[in-house]
Write a protein that binds this ligand. Structure first.
Ligand code: PLP
Length: 387
């Protein structure tokens, strides 16, 4: 892996255009059909996407909404979570997971992660449950499912709801069950960088319970049923027909694109194993208990050298990102919750050490080679500097 090409290619962290270019004509035709029909909300494409997503997850009901953030909010609203309620969730996640809890006046209770999987540690979830706890929100970070078997058992035993944040994990499995099919409600996002990304915002909720599905639909439509009669105070959260039309085209490609992500991840793991010392670069593990969909390929750089590696790669025009640099329990807006430094050690370490590398489906082998060579050169140069 040391024979760097004369002029290594620039490698973007993500190139959405490559994916969209392949289905450009099909998407344009689908959008043209929506334009001609003029049914921009609640169109056929929306119902079709809901049916497709429900079937994919193996659940009877899917309800669309305007974003993954709204999906989380609606899921908690459907169970009337609010002031006086505690909701357990990881701190190592995107802000929306906690924002939904806070917005409803409930208290986010942050629990530490398993440092190998970056997902909630079930033992710590159980230890954090009190009589105030109403729900737990496991996040399937980077496309790998949390240990839903253990978390579901704990939740059932303590009569706590489970809302899955599956925004990064569409098509992932834990054991033989899909992300979004383990909890009382599953939440998905179609933000453009997710594995199934639209041309803007979009979201979906999955559930096995008919009443929950009806409630979610009601709450996403201002609690209005029939028209202009409001039994509940809901929100306005709809998936546009145009978005659904785009997503239906792209959904048909999802399994194929997921396989390409998995092949890219496997190739990284193979190439890095011979190119870089495992003590310098900790690779993400395959999920032996599920199906990892690799929304991100996130390595760890111990010893305080993460940012130096990131700068080195940037000079080589290799795109990287830190998901996430500031854990939620350390965000200014949550200072009043009283989590001091060191309160979630695995989360705080991860925030200092993680670096996500390009893993998008259309990444070429030459580009992957450039990424691996760049990382290897960084460590070779830094060990020369030490010697
Ligand atoms: C993207 C994301 C969300 C929010 O989804 P939006 O559609 O952007 O609102 C929530 N949770 C996680 C873990 C995410 O990655």
């Amino acid at each position: 892996m040391r024979n760097v090409a004369e002029d290594p290619p620039a490698v973007p962290l993500l190139d959405i255009n490559r994916e969209n270019r392949l289905v450009r004509d099909e998407i344009q035709q689908a959008m043209a059909r929506v334009c001609d029909q003029g049914c921009f909300l609640h169109g056929d494409e929306v119902r079709r996407l809901e049916a497709v997503l429900a079937a994919r997850c193996g659940v009877p009901y899917a309800v669309s909404c305007a974003s993954g953030s709204d999906a989380l909010l609606l899921a908690l609203m459907a169970h009337e979570i609010g002031p006086g309620d505690d909701v357990i969730l990881p701190s190592f996640t995107f802000f929306a997971t906690a924002g939904a809890v806070w917005r409803l006046g409930a208290r986010p209770v942050f629990v530490d992660i398993d440092p190998l999987t970056y997902n909630l540690d079930p033992a710590l979830v159980e230890a954090a449950i009190t009589s105030q706890t109403r729900a737990v929100i496991p996040v399937h970070l980077f496309g790998r499912c949390a240990d839903m078997h253990a978390i579901s058992e704990i939740a059932e035993c303590h009569q706590v709801l489970v809302v899955e944040d599956a925004a990064q994990a569409i098509a992932a499995l834990h054991r033989d069950r899909a992300a979004g099919a383990w909890g009382d409600i599953g939440c998905f996002s179609f933000y453009p960088t997710k594995n199934l990304g639209g041309f803007g915002d979009g979201g979906m909720l999955t559930t096995g319970d008919e009443q929950t599905a009806e409630r979610l639909r009601l709450l996403a439509a201002h609690g209005m049923q029939p028209r202009y009669y409001h039994s509940h105070v809901g929100i306005n959260s709809r998936l546009d027909t145009l978005q659904a039309a785009v997503l239906n085209v792209k959904e048909a490609q999802l399994d194929h694109l997921t396989e390409r992500r998995r092949a890219n991840a496997a190739r990284y793991r193979e190439w890095f194993a011979t190119a870089v010392d495992a003590a310098q670069l900790v690779l993400p593990e395959e999920d032996t208990d599920g199906f990892h969909v690799w929304n991100q390929f996130t390595v760890r750089v111990p010893g305080g050298r993460r940012d130096a590696l990131r700068n080195f790669l940037q000079e080589r025009r290799v795109g990287t990102e830190v998901y996430y640099p500031v854990p939620l329990h350390q965000q200014v807006c949550f200072a009043d919750l009283g989590y001091g430094p060191g309160s979630l050690p695995h989360t705080e370490n991860a925030a200092l050490e993680v670096l996500s590398l390009p893993v998008f489906p259309e990444l070429s082998e030459a580009e992957q080679h450039a990424v691996v060579a760049g990382v290897a050169d960084f460590f070779a140069a830094s060990s020369r500097a030490v010697a």
